[in-house]
Design a protein around this ligand. Sequence first.
Ligand code: NAP
Length: 486
Amino acid sequence: MTTNLQDRVDLTAVTRAAANAAKAGAASSDVERAGWLAAVADALDAHVDELVELADAETRLGPVRLKGEVARTTGQLRLFARVITEGSYLEAVIDHSVPSATPPAPDLRRVLKPVGPVAVFSASNFPFAFSVAGGDTASALAVGCPVIVKAHSGHLQLSIRTAEIVTQALTDAGAPEGIFALVSGRENGTALVQDPAVKAVGFTGSIPGGRALFDLAVSRPDPIPFYGELGSLNPVVITEGALSTRAAELAEGLAASFTLGAGQFCTKPGLVFVPAGTGFAGEVAAIANTKPGAPMLTDRISDAYPKGLQDLAAQAGVAVVGGTVDQYATADGAAAVVLSTTAETVLEHPDALLEECFGPTTLLIEYRDRAELERALGVLPGNLTATVHAQPGEDVSGLVDQLSELAGRVLFNGWPTGVAVNWAQQHGGPWPATTSLFTSVGATAVRRFQRPVAYQDAPQELLHPALRDGNPLGIPRRVDGVLALP
Ligand code: NAP
């Protein structure tokens, strides 16, 4: 199937259908929605070979990586099925009335409800896990929100086929009509963000693209939440103790991490702080330069890569330690480049040096002492991750405090590129990593698409089952200030 029909879709009909489905979505039970998610996961697994072939043709990511990503995507759908049947995602809270209190306290019961139709903008770099049936879609559907996906232009045919499979699976599982739709084209994307029926947006992509859509969402007559994941430098700090103990291992690990997937990971380690006066940058470059050039996701991205490298290399005080910035990534594939500078230079020109360069490159920053390191970290923007490599016994507590101010996930002696999909994950951070305080990966990603409502002195039969006496859903709740487990 090679069509682009979604560009000409009747957007009003799509959003009206989603608005109608919102009522059925909100009324559906957790068990029913868990069944929808499982059905989508099973259908994707059943079509894995066909989907991987389509994805490889459009993204050039290779069948091994893509097959793994389908597994991650279906695992993610199944995780959200478990999350909603466990029940704590509803944050049910009951405060019984206290007539003797001054003033008398009413019976108050609070639960989280679905916000309504959600627009999802797929990412280019994860054609499954952050795309049509990815984390945003799964977490919105999980809580009963209809989803309208704006397909990424970088993998349109894959998006259309995935949407067909998802739609069929949802229909077969008894989900309401209009609960899921796909559109494409920038015009439809911007119209979607402004459509009165849409109540929230999930986005993964560039800072300019995300900012443009965020501005549209908040300047509506009725502003809506925009959950954007935009850009991240993912700083890594290597202490003197770590470098003197295991330089070779660190060079291997760093080279593998920043070149993974041609450096097209939002968690790529893009800035690495190292003690001054060592040959570490050269060691990293020697390993990185043995890795073959790799095709990038889209021509837009591969055209931008050398331009970003050249801008960085043109800055006074920046050296190219390995690889070349004069490359034609669109035709030849993206080759690894290791750049180096000093903390002093970063402090002088933070705006020019702290730009994300999407591709297989990293900037090593030499610091002279802990005070200079802390000053340089102080000018960094927000990030998804921050990492410290240190030896047992080294005092890094102040450093860790500083890193946790900068990022949503702080790693110890590891590399940030892998993102586990589980209950504790936090994939989000201060601007520009994300536009909100929430995660877009892991169990609590559902919280983005839920709205709290408190019911005061409501009759039992009108309450959400999560709030009724006797706990008919058998879920964890907080009753009169005490956590009550089923
Ligand atoms: P992008 O250009 O921001 O595109 C993402 C989505 O937003 C696409 O659906 C795109 O539409 C739409 N869009 C972009 N600009 C828009 C605008 N001004 N108005 C309305 N819609 C707009 O991101 P990308 O193509 O995925 O990658 C480009 C860059 O984004 C990369 O080089 C990298 O720096 C960054 N990136 C970051 C992450 C992350 O996880 N943080 C992930 C991927 C990419 P079309 O598809 O129709 O163009």
